[in-house]
Design a protein. Structure first.
Length: 330
């Protein structure tokens, strides 16, 4: 259950179905209100009986007398941070460890800061600001900041901590933990492969028991989004929404990442045939139907990738004698 659903349930328990929240323009205003109230930045309080354009608890809008106002007010609130306390413990922390920021270029640092801000937006859809922790880097995000991950873990004393590492020995299967650590690493130069392991070694050397797991898509890291905000979203879709890892990856995956994996799948599954003393690499058109449910690609992507690789697309099966016309020159 996301914090949004907790908020809706608490609002209904308090007889709140219509909320006046002036100036609130967000893709999901209920999720934003939930995160703001859980963070103590807003509360719901009794309104004056004046008709307003109200946000409904179903996410719509209606002209009516609101049941509550959203904002900061000295009056006794109907719903505030204290009402959320007993529901908050199951929500995990997302830690972005930026201790390796010194190995980044100036452009990579800017990208790191952008990804952290986007991660905050992800966290707000599922939880609230204080569940995002940034260590070793002072970002502008409205998150919790610590000098190091070690300082944070020492203070919290968690039972289970998972470090997401593409080179981890074990595979992440959506296991629940108190805290998930993501390496604050941006690799635009291609020279930082394996650096997340340095975070694991540092934590282990300082006495922290951290599980190191990699996220795979059908036994391969290719096709798994690698931006910090995307990794955080995959994890939260699994542990809060209850999705399996493959479905969570599909939801987050963009077509560029998906096409990288599609090319690898085409290369692995293409066959060689001989027609009139000429040899061709071919793949059946039906192969697209096999991958479209777990790779976010369309038919144009399939034909383009095949064409770029010099692979011809046959009829429904590789035994078909008819070669389909590829969109573009071979």
């Amino acid at each position: 259950m996301r914090l949004r659903e907790v908020f809706v349930s608490l609002a209904l328990e308090n007889g709140i179905e219509k909320i006046y929240a002036p100036g609130l323009k967000k893709p999901d205003p209920l999720a934003f209100l939930a995160s703001q109230i859980a963070s103590g930045k807003m509360s719901l309080y009794r309104p004056k009986e004046v008709r307003r354009l109200c946000l409904t608890i179903n996410g719509g809008y209606v002209e009516a007398i609101p049941d509550a106002y959203a904002g900061i007010n000295s009056e006794k609130s109907i719903l505030d941070k204290s009402d959320f306390v007993e529901y908050l413990s199951p929500f995990p922390y997302i830690v972005v460890d930026c201790k390796l920021r010194d190995i980044h270029s100036e452009k990579e640092i800017l990208s790191l800061d952008t990804q952290i801000k986007k991660t905050l937006s992800v966290v707000r859809r599922f939880m609230w600001d204080e569940r995002l922790v940034i260590t070793g880097f002072r970002s502008e995000a409205s998150a919790i900041h610590y000098p190091s991950t070690e300082d944070f873990l020492t203070e919290m004393n968690f039972e289970k901590v998972i470090l997401l590492d593409p080179n981890g020995k074990d595979v992440f299967q959506g296991e629940k933990a108190d805290c998930y650590i993501i390496g604050g690493i941006v690799d635009r130069s291609g020279d930082k492969k394996g650096t997340t392991e340095l975070i694991y070694r540092r934590l282990a050397e300082n006495g922290f028991d951290v599980e190191r797991k990699r996220i795979l898509l059908r036994n391969d890291v290719v096709g798994v989004p690698d931006r910090i905000n995307h990794i955080a979203e995959i994890v939260l879709k699994c542990v809060i929404d209850g999705l399996n890892v493959e479905r969570a990856i599909y939801d987050v995956q963009n077509r560029k990442i998906a096409r990288w994996r599609l090319r690898k799948e085409i290369a692995k599954n293409a066959k060689r045939i001989k027609v009139s003393d000429r040899k061709f690499r071919v793949i059946g058109k039906s192969f697209f139907d096999e991958v479209r449910n777990w790779l976010k690609v369309n038919e144009d992507d399939f034909y383009k990738c095949a064409r770029d690789m010099g692979v011809m697309v046959l009829g429904e099966t590789l035994t078909s004698a008819k070669v389909l016309k590829i969109r573009g020159d071979l």
